[in-house]
Ligand binder design. Structure first.
Ligand code: 13P
Length: 252
């Protein structure tokens, strides 16, 4: 298992030509890097996936989707199935991002189904969890995370080996205010303890929320942080490449 996973969540950004340019720039930038200890992932919008996959032939960069439906096929207008995600070249899928929980009412019931279909389809899920600022201020962080992570109890260890968790405090997403090293350390230790004590597993735990080239070293060097899920900074090749470079330096 590589030491770090550096993942870009492009969210609802970049038209096809812009996506091609970004992929080409990242590809060019990493061609001179030693990626033996760092896995790189980009998660473009659905409409950019096929062309991204074409551009990533012979590239070590992996492709992921930002969401998917849990049904295999049928009359679900506007939805994308696990098989479609695989067909577009994805090895990963982000599930339960706070923007989906907030704007599209994704809850534990839906996420259980999505996790199950990801495991069934052999897609590696990245399950996002995180608290609001109010919840943190009310000292509810652990309760909220417990509620979100407890759905894992419904799954077998052999499936959970394929899981990555992303801790994304909602108040840090897109705000320019990342969680402090101490806050990240505390939560990542808690998540690591939960997963290890329940399933005997050490899985990757990413941090997400205003991560950029400047704070990457501090965040990635924190204990139990095995990578980043990066939004805004993953849309700029120099920022994303710099974060990858930081991960490489830290893993040496
Ligand atoms: P930002 O890096 O833009 O804060 O977004 C983080 C995120 O939501 C990644 O999934």
């Amino acid at each position: 298992m590589s030491k770090y996973l550096i993942a870009g969540n492009w969210k609802m950004n970049l038209l096809q030509n812009e996506a091609i340019k970004l992929i080409e720039d990242i590809n060019f930038g990493i061609s001179s890097l030693n990626l033996s200890s760092v896995e790189v992932l980009v998660c473009p919008p659905y409409t950019d996936l096929h062309i991204a996959n074409e551009k990533l032939i012979n590239s070590p960069i992996q492709l992921g989707a930002q969401n998917m439906h849990f049904m295999t096929k049928g009359a679900y207008t506007g939805e994308i199935s696990p098989a479609m995600v695989i067909d577009a070249g994805c090895k990963y899928v982000i599930l339960g991002h706070s923007e989906r929980r907030q704007y599209f009412k994704e809850d534990n019931e839906i996420l259980i189904k999505k996790l199950k279909s990801a495991f069934d389809a052999n897609i590696n899920p990245i399950l996002c969890i995180g608290e609001t600022l109010k919840e943190r201020e009310l000292k509810e962080t652990t309760n909220v995370l417990f509620n979100q992570i407890s759905i894992l109890n419904l799954f077998e260890k052999e499936n959970l080996e394929k899981l990555t968790i992303a801790y994304e405090p909602i108040w840090a997403i897109g705000t320019g205010i990342n969680a402090t090293k101490e806050q990240i350390e505390e939560v990542h230790l808690w998540i690591n303890n939960f997963v290890y004590s329940h399933f005997g597993l050490n899985i990757k735990i990413l941090y997400g929320g205003s991560m950029n080239a400047t704070n990457a070293e501090e965040i990635l060097s924190t204990e139990n942080v095995s990578g980043g899920l990066i939004g805004g900074a993953s849309l700029k090749s120099e920022q994303f490449l710099s974060i990858i470079q930081t991960a490489i330096s830290l893993s040496q």
